[in-house]
Design a protein around this ligand. Structure first.
Ligand SMILES: [Zn+2]
Length: 205
């Protein structure tokens, strides 16, 4: 799989530095996991920040070094965690699926997030409108399954999309399978249309 839509360099740098809010980091990670190009960029950012750290003055290192060496003596190396190879969708801590229309469901992702932010999966069957909404902040989205098309092109599994506030667009599911996307949305949602209101008010995501 070769995703065609990637996070910006700024977003990848923040992801590598661990400074994105967890839900937003999760959405970027869902793309990076599928994208060799962005994995390489992330590794480069991590290496660069490591070099920046090692270039800092070393004044406190010596005083602290013995303590750290001593503390390592008794510690057995931690076993490498088993790699979970299930698809991301099966690994996410999901709340209950809530059907908001025939062929459309949402499920909250149980991850820490700011009170006004939302992290959720949205699944839309072919031929159904997506939950149209505006929002007051950024929105990140990674396609986990299926595909959608909007005015900026086709987004298939692995593709990443970021939109700024007050974008009002209406993606349409492409192809003949359900489109499942992982979203992190910042700020208060402003649902539009009946389905949007149902998705974000009734379903409480
Ligand atoms: Zn990428």
């Amino acid at each position: 799989m070769n995703p065609r839509h990637h996070p910006s360099a700024d977003v990848l740098a923040a992801y590598a530095a661990g400074t994105l809010e967890p839900g937003f980091g999760l959405v970027v990670g869902a793309h990076v996991e599928q994208c060799a190009v962005c994995r390489a960029s992330t590794a480069a950012f991590e290496a660069a920040s490591g070099e920046a750290l090692s270039a800092l003055p070393q004044a406190d290192v010596a005083a602290d070094a013995l303590t750290r060496v001593m503390s390592r003596l008794d510690v057995a190396p931690a076993p490498a965690p088993a790699i979970d190879k299930r698809p991301l969708m099966e690994r996410l801590p999901l709340g209950k699926r809530k059907w908001i229309a025939p062929g459309v469901w949402v499920a909250a992702v149980q991850t820490p997030h700011a009170q006004d932010n939302r992290v959720y999966l949205l699944s839309v069957a072919p031929g159904m409108p997506t939950a149209r909404h505006e929002h007051t902040g950024a929105e990140f989205c990674t396609v986990l399954k299926g595909a959608f098309r909007d005015e900026s092109g086709l987004y298939a599994a692995g593709d990443f999309a970021a939109t700024d506030e007050d974008v009002d667009h209406l993606p349409v599911v492409e192809g003949d399978e359900d489109c499942i996307c992982l979203f992190a949305t910042e700020g208060r949602l402003k649902p539009k249309g009946l389905l949007g209101r149902l998705a974000f008010a009734y379903a409480d995501v």
